[in-house]
Design a protein around this ligand. Structure first.
Ligand code: COA
Ligand code: MG
Length: 305
């Protein structure tokens, strides 16, 4: 495994990951369009959105069309097929060659699935900056989410982010895909909890009915309330709503700055708790405020990139 002392576990750099759009590797028009879109990250897909007969064509598409980086501060991620599948090894080589920010491993069931790809990348001397994202989308993946996230406890593991695969979870478990996701919520929360325990980001699953903006906005608000950092998307029309739902509004930012400034006053140097505008504010709130400010700074940096 690689060593990456600049990114100790739990202290990874803050990256805005509000809106993360899937783009099928087989769709040249959509790949071109992705360059023009205001999402925080793009996942170019070689897995579920590409038919078995079209896998090598999709790989070639990406090799040709992703020579120029996306720019605009957006992260580029390539989703490969599982290493055990007939396409996985070649996908990994192609993805590695495209120098993305991260490679997304589908259907991760265990920590070994991360180690396998991590080791394969080390053997090709991949740079430390190349990260791994993991799809949590199988019953075993959910049950083992804590152990999988634990792989990231060592600074030399490339794992950075969990991506929830709700369509696969629904397929594998038979749970009803109802509005408000009543029977999925427990599992989604387990994914968030496991990610938080080891300092990873966690992204919510997709909303298939891309013309239903009301239902989509409600699911974005729910995902944010559950603690997700952002949402994975299937259509450009979903980006604006997501950026807003997972963004930071001016009032929140102002309050965060006030909390940090108040604790920074000399008279509060030894205070564990203070009163601000009639509310109790503890040091833990100052920590939360600092994280929020870091996220706002990262968003501002992306906007000016
Ligand atoms: N990324 C980039 N551009 C996209 C896009 C995407 N995911 N989905 C649609 N577009 C583009 C279309 O190419 C079209 O571009 P144009 O203005 O140049 O013609 C425009 O957005 C409008 O598209 P629209 O006609 O509304 O949708 P569609 O019928 O072409 O596509 C889907 C609908 C669902 C097939 C398509 O959105 C899609 O493939 N999404 C991603 C699916 C995926 O990756 N699934 C795997 C992970 S769950
Ligand atoms: Mg899937």
């Amino acid at each position: 495994m690689n060593s990456n002392p600049s990114q100790p576990a739990g202290q990874r750099p803050t990256r805005p990951r509000r809106s993360v759009l899937y783009v099928p590797g087989g769709n040249e028009r959509a790949i071109a369009k992705a360059r023009t879109l205001d999402c925080d990250a793009v996942i170019f897909d070689l897995e579920d959105s590409v038919a078995p007969d079209a896998k090598s064509e999709a790989r070639e598409n990406l090799r040709t069309l992703l020579k120029q980086p996306l720019g605009g501060g957006r992260e580029t991620i390539i989703r490969i097929n599982p290493l055990a599948s007939p396409w996985g090894a070649e996908d990994l080589l192609a993805a590695r060659g495209l120098k993305p920010d991260a490679i997304l491993i589908p259907k991760v069931d265990s920590p070994e699935a991360i180690a396998e790809v991590d080791d394969a990348l080390d053997q090709t001397d991949a740079p430390d900056t190349l990260r791994l994202w993991a799809m949590i989308e199988t019953p075993k993946g959910i049950m083992n989410a804590g152990q999988i996230a634990r792989a990231a406890r060592t600074p030399d593991c490339r794992l950075d982010c969990f991506v929830t695969g709700t369509n696969d979870i629904i397929k594998e478990t038979g749970v009803a895909p109802l509005p408000g996701r009543p029977y999925l919520s427990t599992w989604l929360m387990e994914i968030v909890l496991a990610a938080r325990a080891y300092g990873l980001d966690a992204l919510d699953g997709v909303y298939n009915d891309f013309r239903d903006m009301e239902g989509f906005a409600a699911e974005c608000a729910q995902g944010r309330a559950m603690g997700f950092d952002g949402k994975t998307l299937i259509h450009p029309g979903q980006i604006g709503t997501t950026n807003e739902a997972f963004g930071i509004d001016a009032a929140q930012l102002e309050e965060a700055r006030a909390i940090v400034a108040t604790f920074a006053r000399p008279e509060n140097a030894r205070a564990g708790v203070i009163s601000l505008d009639g509310r109790m504010v503890e040091r833990l709130h100052a920590e939360m405020a600092e994280k929020l400010i870091a996220k706002a700074d990262a968003l501002a940096a992306r906007a000016s990139d």
